[in-house]
Design a protein around this ligand. Structure first.
Ligand SMILES: Nc1ncnc2c1ncn2[C@@H]1O[C@H](COP(=O)(O)OP(=O)(O)OP(=O)(O)O)[C@@H](O)[C@H]1O
Ligand SMILES: [Mg+2]
Length: 262
């Protein structure tokens, strides 16, 4: 049984994610649950599940770094760090040649430039409105009566598209309503929506510039259609982690490990 272990807890607007690693950085547990009304309780629940998954007792966790917008509510954390630092470090551990990280979460999106150790050099973020975030896609999926998996289908972006010109989520939703009233096929609307969100992200990417390999993190990296549109724009493949939602928590766990050894 591993003795010295470290945890990262990311309390995001939609998901709370926990990763436990051992002293060599090996991942022992990974948990993603929906963030409830009480961030502190959700974090404790996700942490308990991760201890259970790893077969560890709480005393074996030597340091816990909390991140995400709800990090202040994590009572059992021994340290707290911004999501920007955590996504950089997490992406670096999964893809060591990462120079640029694009994190598209539920509530905000960020483009982060990192150095050869995953440390942040520069970043830009959109946290002012839902456009360019996972929440935008959820609102539209609901309006189109599609599940997130159906909306994410890569087949939707292969055919014709329509222009969605509003950048505001509320106005874009009105555009979708009029397109539906004109009997526009849903796949064309989805195609237009995926392209509109990528355009929002793209303006952030160009303001920071592309450096090295580009790693996509956050739950929206599960949206395969969006990944393809972004790759088309980028002109190269993105690094897409197997569990994109836990990259921030993974980075937080590594920051806890580094801090303990200092
Ligand atoms: N299977 C899936 N297919 C498509 N999209 C998905 C899937 N799972 C999650 N998402 C997207 O991921 C988003 C949530 O991402 P994530 O869990 O990274 O957010 P968060 O970290 O809680 O938010 P934030 O970082 O903004 O506080 C959802 O809004 C949804 O659009
Ligand atoms: Mg997040």
């Amino acid at each position: 049984m591993a003795d010295n272990c470290f945890a990262g807890v990311d309390v995001g607007s939609l998901s709370t994610d926990v990763v436990i690693i051992n002293a060599s950085g090996k991942c022992l547990a990974e948990v993603v649950i929906a963030t409830g009304l009480n961030g502190g309780e959700t974090a404790q629940k996700a942490f308990d599940q991760s201890l259970n998954q790893a077969g560890l007792a709480q005393e074996q966790i030597k340091a816990v770094t909390a991140t995400g917008y709800g990090r202040a509510s994590v009572a059992f954390a021994t340290g707290k760090t911004t999501e920007i630092s955590c996504h950089g470090v997490g992406a670096h551990h999964l893809f060591p040649n990462t120079g640029t990280v694009i994190d598209i979460g539920g509530q905000d999106s960020k483009v982060i430039q990192v150095d050869e150790r995953g440390r942040m050099l520069d970043f830009t973020m959109n946290d002012k409105c839902a456009a360019g975030t996972g929440r935008f896609l959820e609102v539209m999926a609901h309006r189109l009566e599609l599940g997130l998996n159906e909306l994410s289908d890569p087949l939707n972006i292969k055919g014709e598209t329509v222009q969605i010109s509003s950048t505001c989520t509320v106005f874009a939703e009105s555009e979708v309503i009029s397109l539906l009233a004109k009997q526009t096929p849903r796949e064309q609307i989805v195609n237009g929506l995926q392209r509109s969100i990528v355009n929002r992200i793209w303006s952030m990417v160009t303001s920071i510039g592309i450096h090295g390999e580009v790693t996509l993190t956050g739950g929206v990296a599960n949206n395969q259609g969006l990944v393809l549109v972004l790759e088309e724009k980028l002109g190269k493949k993105l690094n897409v982690p197997e569990n994109p939602q836990t990259v921030g928590a993974l980075g937080a766990a590594h920051i806890a490990l580094r801090g303990y050894h200092k």
